[in-house]
Write a protein that binds this ligand. Sequence first.
Ligand code: A2H
Length: 253
Amino acid sequence: EGVQPQDYTLIKMEVIPPFPPKMECLKGKRVFLAAGTLRPETMYGQTNAWVLPEGKYGAFEINETDVFVVTQRAALNLAYQKLSKDLEKPSCLIKLTGQDLIGLPLRSPLSVNEVIYALPMLSILMDKGTGVVTSVPTDSPDDYMALNDLKLKPALRAKYGVEEDWVKQCELYPIINIPEFGDKAAEKVCIDLKIKSQNDKEKLAEAKRLTYLKGFTEGTMLVGEFKGRKVQEVKPLIKNMLLETGQAVMYSE
Ligand code: A2H
């Protein structure tokens, strides 16, 4: 881990009941995949969630009603940050793998799609954030390439039991304009840099660097209540709106 603390906004992506048999013991609880993001202003463009298929997750009680699906490591950090039913200690109701989560239907704040699905991403790090990521393929090169892989490769879908419909509904919905890169910055940069797949680590790092900086300094919102305003200006406003409405919590590590 780095020396600098990282402050993530955790987006509460609610699992829509009924739960699958594996998760039956969670019946009656509000269960969320909690996705760590540094770009809360992009949540309008969410198309799906990402999990690591072989990753180890758990369903942890945050309070009397809410359960977060995250890594054990994140649950421990959350407990130290007073986000646990028990004092300074995670309360795990059930262990799950990423594979168990694939295909779960979710309702996520600000997303245009009413229902989105959890899908596999192979580059997820289990020692960063919560191990759950929300996908915004218009503005995140990693998300764009992981989705592109699933769209183009039936064998990859078959391997992880991904239905074509879960991927087909992930249409790129423009949310931010960047003068140099247009309305779908991640797509443009991935094409320009000729990135082949989600495993193309070096080029993806360059794509991220380009879009992350420009998105923040030069981006303008195309949707939502802050349409027409600069990303830099509205990012804290959107973050606070999500926090105040209980649709997100802060998490640092
Ligand atoms: B970001 P940093 Cl639109 N493994 O959110 C891999 N990636 C992870 C992760 C994990 N365990 N936890 C979080 N992330 C992703 C939105 C977004 C993000 C956009 C554009 C860029 C971007 C939608 N996905 O990040 O290493 C999350 O994706 C570019 C850096 O802590 C999170 O923000 O700096 C970001 O990486 C955190 O990365």
